[in-house]
Design a protein around this ligand. Structure first.
Ligand code: BGC
Length: 779
């Protein structure tokens, strides 16, 4: 990162850290009130508290708290006032720090957990909380204070390069998973930073893109997940995003950071900017910027990672009065309220020895539970035959992708490929194929590392490894000696760049060729073919799914990936993951495809969210567009029935409870997800056909066993956001509760009525339009 080097060259505020004559008398954080501590600060100290400090490293030299190489940043210390620095580190799939250090034989590996899409696909709140606990423990034991996660932006379009870090196209599942993750991490006494607030839907021109979004889409789709997670789990910090919404940077948006986050949602923590957020582009870093006043005034309390021009601007703005005394005091107070909770302030003696073995078990289990069985013709899976060899195809089988790139990457000690996973479980991967694939994969992987180092390090977009062309003879030999073929299709992506339609969302020609060829030869021998998708987000499946017998969507499953896949393939674990996004037949089926990335094409400045609230299944199911696999879909090795659906009342008062009995009627134990979709009356306001309003996962049900699941609907779940009224309004009329095994596989319905319209929540008028938006409607 060139900007890092550049910033490291800045002159530093050495004086702040050194002994000050006033030290003896100065108020101390923890002993005196936060207000007194702030009041004792000089203008320069105040300015430094409002920006991050990690990139000014030398000032902090010798401070043990900052010996966490690879952390993303830190808050500024003022020793004379008893303020320690606190360390902020990425990111969603585990703690991102440097695994080795100069002149140090110890290693500092963190556990690579499954990516966001994989975690969300578990639909298992308790499990995610456990994952959060494990990640938070690594944060604490490696000496960091705040984890820069979870990331809960909505999958507006399948091509967003960071969808793998995010959870879903649906705000409810995003918010609930995020809440569990935050609760788990923070149970360790460390903080989180829910990000990127908000509508950070694309990587292309992310630092400057202006997104035109209706207030309704903001409230119902892009903010709702944040709202759920923030209200439920109170993350210590929030990270604003890079983009603009209706002409205003999110980091300078009073609507977003003050009116909605603080006034309406009651949030008490502090907001930090994304790294260099709010300045059009890194090339402007030296010039910045009067924008600091707008950001700090709007309630973006901390500017990360902190730069010299920001500091100079803040000092000048405080002196001129452009930045009010109250704003400065308020922002610093919020930051210090976090600092006093931190392990750094409590002088926690971190061990640098988290229990990586125990955490490997947790990541293995979470990855397994997030895998989605898309297809399983003639119950080809589970596959238990360990006596006959398995033909393993696809470069990714030998070089499994644990997670995406960029700040969401984790430096893990090892990763288990599918090949290793099979071997570990006692299967026999065919040797001839190994001898062909391994040298190719090893040399290509080395080339890729060198290329990425040259082209921007963690921000360089990962390149797909091309498939080998295999001879007919080789395939025939394999098909004769093996019972089954596994083909892994891999995809990787990351921060700074979006995915491509061709050779990425759609399979590349070499992959199509591989699937065609293997299927033809194996099927001619009466042998089966299973595809494993080692991907971070949606991929096209409809053109090739009929050619194979089984498809397992394994996601990017973290460091235990190969073992997790084999846990499912073998039947050691019965799959119970469900899609949290639609897999469309065609990329263009998504309404956002019409204006994805924005205009002017090639270097977009502005993008119209004209699909409004019709994102993902809300669009497909309302407009009758058939997907390849729908939202909520996922198969099991057993079957379940849903019965005895009961509502607590035929009319809605303050709340309604819905109970349903789930029974395992198959031969093996398994878990099932109950999904509650609600169809609301739409006489006054245009609405989706139905929306996910509650869900729960059963425990493991033995064959024949039942569990009664109870779900609760509050008034807010009945309401839609009505812009003309600045309110969430529940329309009077009949509401239909649809209990489904997916958004299209509805097993039972029951209705209740709301006798009179209810204004559930009054809000403020926010996100004033800066252009004419023709928002999609269903009628
Ligand atoms: C990313 C954030 C990340 C930060 C610090 C930014 O580029 O957008 O998600 O937390 O860097 O690494």
């Amino acid at each position: 990162m060139t900007y890092t080097t550049k910033l490291k060259a800045f002159v530093l505020f050495a004086g702040l850290w050194h002994f000050n004559a006033a030290a003896q008398k100065a108020p101390q954080l923890g002993k005196n009130s936060i207000d007194d501590v702030i009041n004792a600060m000089t203008v320069e100290e105040k300015a430094s508290m409002l920006i991050g400090s990690e990139m000014f490293g030398p000032t902090l030299e010798g401070n043990p708290r900052l010996s966490v190489p690879g952390a993303a940043g830190a808050t500024f210390p003022i020793k004379r006032l008893g303020i320690p620095p606190t360390v902020l580190a990425d990111g969603p799939a585990g703690l991102r720090i440097q695994p080795t250090r100069d002149n140090d034989k110890n290693t500092y590996y963190a556990t690579a957990f499954p990516v966001g899409t994989a975690l969300a696909s578990t639909w298992n709140i308790q499990l995610i909380e456990q994952v959060g606990k494990a990640i938070g423990n690594e944060v604490k034991e490696y000496g960091a204070d705040v984890l820069l996660a979870p990331a809960v932006n909505i999958h507006r379009n399948p091509l967003n390069g960071r969808n793998f870090e995010y959870y879903s196209e649906d705000p409810l599942i995003s918010g609930e998973i995020a809440a569990a993750y935050i609760a788990g991490v923070q149970a360790n006494g460390v903080g989180t930073s829910i990000k990127h607030f908000a509508a950070n839907s694309q990587e292309t021109n992310r630092l400057s893109i202006n997104e035109h979004i209706s207030e309704r889409a903001m409230r119902e789709i892009y903010l709702r997940g944040f709202e759920i997670a923030i209200k439920k789990a109170q993350p210590w910090t929030v990270m604003s995003s890079y983009n603009k919404i209706n002409g205003v940077y999110t980091s300078a948006s009073t609507d977003l950071l003050n009116t909605i986050l603080r006034e309406e949602w009651g949030y008490k923590g502090f907001v930090m900017s994304d790294w260099f957020g709010g300045y059009e582009g890194f090339e402007n870093l030296d010039k910045l910027s009067s924008n600091v006043v707008a950001q700090l005034t709007a309630g973006n309390d901390l500017l990360m990672p902190g730069t010299r021009p920001q500091y100079d601007n803040i000092v000048a703005a405080i002196k001129s009065g452009a930045l009010s005394k109250e704003t400065v005091h308020r922002d610093i107070k919020r930051i210090l309220q976090m600092v006093v909770q931190s392990p750094a302030f409590k002088k926690y003696k971190f061990s640098n020895k988290p229990d990586l073995k125990a955490n490997a078990q947790i990541t293995r289990q979470a990855a397994t539970e997030g895998m989605v069985l898309l297809k399983n013709d003639n119950n080809i899976l589970p596959y238990k035959n360990k006596a006959t060899a398995i033909a393993v195809f696809g470069t990714t089988s030998y070089n499994f992708i644990t997670g995406g790139t960029g700040s969401g990457d984790v430096n893990e000690a090892y990763s288990i490929s599918l090949l290793q996973g099979l071997t570990n479980a006692g299967y026999k991967p065919e040797e001839k194929l190994q001898s062909i694939y391994m040298p190719y994969v090893e040399s290509e992987a080395k080339k890729e590392i060198t290329r990425r180092e040259k082209e921007g390090g963690i921000l360089a977009f990962p390149k797909r490894m091309e498939e080998l062309e295999l001879s007919n003879d080789l395939l025939l030999q394999s098909a004769k000696s093996c019972d089954i073929a596994l083909i892994t299709i891999g995809r990787n992506s990351g921060e700074n760049t979006d995915r491509q339609i061709y050779n990425d969302f759609y399979l590349a020609q070499d992959e199509v060729q591989l699937i065609n060829h293997v299927s033809k030869v194996f099927h001619a021998q009466g042998k089966k073919v299973v595809v494993v998708l080692n991907v971070g987000g949606a991929i096209e499946t409809s053109s090739w799914k009929d050619k194979v017998d089984g498809i397992l969507l394994a996601w990017q499953p973290g460091q235990e990936g190969g073992n997790s896949v084999v846990d499912v393939l073998s039947g050691n674990v019965n799959p119970s993951g469900k899609l949290t996004m639609t897999l469309p037949v065609d990329y263009n089926n998504h309404p956002s495809a019409a204006n994805w990335l924005g205009t002017p094409v090639g270097n977009p400045k502005s993008v119209l969210y004209e699909e409004g609230i019709y994102v993902g299944y809300r669009y497909f199911n309302t407009f009758g567009v058939k997907p390849s696999y729908e939202f909520g879909y996922g198969k099991s090795y057993t079957n379940f029935t849903f019965s005895d659906v009961t509502l607590s009342s035929p009319t809605f008062q303050k709340q309604i409870t819905v109970s349903v009995k789930v029974t395992n009627i198959g031969a093996v134990a398994g878990k099932q997800v109950v999904q509650l979709y609600l169809a609301a009356p739409a006489l006054k306001t245009d609405k989706p056909e139905s929306e996910l309003k509650a869900f729960a996962k059963t425990k493991i049900l033995a064959p024949g066993e039942s569990q009664v699941i109870t779900l609760v609907l509050n008034a807010k779940e009945l309401a839609s956001f009505v812009e003309a009224q600045d309110a969430w309004v529940a329309e009077a009329g009949t509401y239909t509760v649809k209990i489904g095994a997916s958004s299209l596989d509805i097993k039972a319905t029951k209705s209740f009525t709301l006798n009179a319209e209810q204004v559930v929540e009054k809000t403020h008028d926010t996100f004033k339009a800066d252009t004419d938006l023709k928002v999609l409607k269903s009628n």
